[in-house]
Design a protein around this ligand. Structure first.
Ligand SMILES: [Zn+2]
Length: 354
């Protein structure tokens, strides 16, 4: 099911005869749960009250969406935006909890949680959704959950280094990385300083810490390419470039890189050599908004894609011409054939806890 979006049509300089060049996939989108059903997912009270959360709620139009609860409104909005976009697929990411060192769940310190079953349910309701699971490797049942998620159809697992308190360089995570590799599951790690939620450590987001999972040989995606905001105390992007030089199995996604405080990072990456840009994947970080203003000269004042935030993000980023496989090559990494139906996960067990 490949259909060219308007953004792709605009990019006529790129070949259009392979799945990698004609398909468009957003590998990094989020769903949030307000917390009406905490088993499904929640934001902590602190996160719900944070100005950034209130900003997104107010200016994204979520509250005007159909739905009985805020979670339903967010879900309906995401599905509507995906279905009306030019995307073939969107990977929707779950978000595992913080865990104690003994492997038990630490609910009081978990401020943002989305269960894996919630993204499986979304994938069942919308065939364009690819479930992106999230498993904190500190949890005592991490390997079991990885096997369960793979069996249910997940091809990608995200580890949020900063929020989940995961230092990717820990030797005790080797069995987790090994199993992911054996199961053909792509590992995605958050890299670059995190600003949207309370963090355990910003230093865990250093791309140099990806050595250990990369040494297992499977594909690893450094979300955000190690980019930090211009005002952050450290800049990890040069370390992302260093790791791209060292590891051919490392990829980067462009999530949040078209925001006001990271817009410079797309321009910087545009100047990199071709071999590096060919391993850059499209990700939006939806529902975090794409800044249109800094990219007006690339998109024009009123691009048709502005009506859909997923399309607008792709339009902005494709204008940087990172490579012909920018928006589609991730399908190959995920083992998804564009012409074949996405494997449908089995029904989840009601009340199953992550
Ligand atoms: Zn994200």
């Amino acid at each position: 099911m490949s259909h060219l979006g308007k953004a792709e049509q605009a990019d006529i300089a790129e070949p259009a005869d392979t799945a990698e060049s004609t398909c468009s996939v957003d590998v990094h989108t989020h769903i949030f749960c307000w917390g009406e059903n905490p088993e499904e997912g929640y934001l902590s009270e602190n996160t719900r009250k944070a100005w950034k959360t209130r900003f997104v709620l107010r200016f994204s139009g979520i509250l005007k969406e159909p739905g009985e609860t805020i979670s339903e409104k967010m879900r309906n909005r995401l599905i509507r935006h995906i279905q009306t976009s030019g995307l073939d697929y969107a990977v929707v990411l779950a978000q595992d909890a913080v865990y104690h060192e003994d492997g038990s769940r630490n609910d009081p310190d978990t401020h943002f949680y989305v269960s894996n079953d919630h993204v499986f349910n979304l994938a069942r309701d919308c065939s364009q959704v690819l479930p992106g699971c999230s498993i904190n490797p500190i949890r005592s049942d991490a390997l079991k959950e990885l096997e369960r998620c793979r069996a249910a159809g997940a091809r990608l697992v995200k580890l949020h280094t900063a929020i989940q308190g995961v230092d990717p360089s820990r030797a005790e995570f080797d069995p987790f990385y090994k199993l992911a590799n054996e199961l053909g599951v792509v590992l995605m790690f958050h890299t670059g300083w995190e600003h949207s939620c309370k963090v355990v450590s910003q230093q865990f987001t250093d791309p140099l810490k990806l050595e250990r999972p990369l040494d297992h040989g499977g594909p690893v995606i450094a979300a955000h390419c190690g980019s930090c905001a211009w005002y952050d105390k450290e800049q990890y992007y040069p370390r992302f470039v260093e790791m791209m030089n060292r590891y051919e199995n490392l990829f980067g996604d462009t999530a949040i890189m078209a925001s006001m405080n990271r817009g410079f990072s797309l321009r910087r990456m545009r100047r990199e050599e071709e071999w590096l840009k060919r391993r850059i994947l499209h990700g939006s970080d939806y529902p975090f908004p794409t800044a249109h203003l800094p990219f007006l000269f690339r998109t024009g004042l009123f691009p048709s894609e502005r009506k859909n935030p997923l399309d607008l993000d792709l339009r902005v980023k494709r204008s940087f011409k990172f490579g012909p496989g920018y928006a589609g090559q991730v399908l190959k990494l995920l083992g998804v054939e564009p012409s074949s139906p996405v494997p449908q996960p089995p029904l989840s067990t009601p009340g199953a806890r992550e």
